[in-house]
Design a protein around this ligand. Structure first.
Ligand SMILES: NC(=O)c1ccc[n+]([C@@H]2O[C@H](COP(=O)([O-])OP(=O)(O)OC[C@H]3O[C@@H](n4cnc5c(N)ncnc54)[C@H](OP(=O)(O)O)[C@@H]3O)[C@@H](O)[C@H]2O)c1
Length: 259
């Protein structure tokens, strides 16, 4: 597989599960989004892999091998104009989006005594407003695929989106918001052939988690955590379900424990 400029994808099957499908994956420059973008491209999809860090996006393009197409695109999802341009280009080139995977986001942990309002605002913008705005703009393209073979929105959420722990109030609030967003949207767009799934994740071995362990002053043991590829497997499974079935919510946690 090569990193290419945007090209057209037609919904013709050639034996690969996702041949002819167009997928948009956010957070694709790191961790879970990265593993998911590579997986969907390996399944034959045209993957628009979004991130901000140009060096890591370049590395992603080089790592991609296989029959699909991975297009690494740099943009800040909190920039409304950049998102509008992206959606216009995707719509003009492809006319459809079959799978939208939200994995971008940011994390700042602190107890309320020490937490800053600047961190609260930054997490709201990146974790709630950005995925909301991107989804809203992509709905017409998702509806095109939904009316054809079905479409999916997968939201990578956290266990903190179900039960908030001490020191995570700001982040957990954004994850609760995304759970509500998913549950409401599902009822609005299931009739258009679009499924909405939330994955509530426990600690997963990614650059973010390594940073969190360092801040906590604890030894990082990635082998004891969920692997980014485990989550990519799950996303792959969700979107390959027959269109008659929908998984709405999944909870994934490390089988071994490091704490
Ligand atoms: N890792 C875990 O233990 C864990 C547990 C529960 C839930 N989750 C959730 O899983 C998702 C992925 O986590 P991860 O561990 O893979 O995170 P990560 O390694 O920190 O990667 C985060 C990604 O989000 C992108 N991003 C952040 N802000 C952005 C913005 N404004 N515009 C565009 N892209 C932006 C980053 O892009 P750049 O790096 O290019 O800036 C990066 O690709 C997150 O939503 C997280 O809450 C993770």
């Amino acid at each position: 597989m090569t990193t290419t400029s945007l090209g057209s994808a037609s919904p013709s099957a050639d034996g690969l599960a996702l041949a002819g499908h167009v997928a948009v994956v956010t957070g694709a420059s790191s961790g879970i989004g990265r593993a998911t973008a590579l997986r969907l491209a390996a399944d034959g999809a045209t993957v628009l892999a979004l991130g901000r860090d140009q060096a890591r996006l370049d590395a992603l393009g080089k790592e991609a091998t296989g029959p699909g197409t991975l297009v690494a695109l740099r943009l800040d999802l909190t920039d409304d104009a950049a998102v509008a341009d992206l959606v216009a280009e995707v719509t003009a080139r492809h006319g459809r989006v079959d799978h939208l995977v939200h994995s971008a986001g940011t994390y700042a942990g602190a107890r309320m005594d020490a937490a800053s309002l600047a961190d609260l605002d930054a997490q709201y913008l990146a974790n709630v407003r950005a995925p909301y705005a991107l989804t809203q703009r992509l709905l017409p393209a998702l509806r095109v695929a939904g009316a054809d073979s079905g479409a999916d929105i997968v939201i990578v959420n956290s266990t903190q989106g179900v039960r908030a722990g001490a020191g995570t109030g700001q982040f957990a609030a954004t994850q609760h918001a995304m759970r509500a967003f998913a549950d409401s949207l599902r009822q609005e767009i299931n009739a258009d052939g679009i499924r909405v799934a939330t994955i509530h994740l426990g600690r997963t071995a990614t650059p973010r988690q390594e940073t969190i362990y360092a801040r906590e002053g604890r030894e990082y043991a990635p082998a004891l955590l969920i692997q980014a590829d485990d989550v990519a497997d799950l996303v792959d499974y969700l979107i390959r379900l027959p269109p008659t079935a929908e998984i709405t919510e999944l909870h994934l946690r490390p089988a071994k424990k490091s704490y």
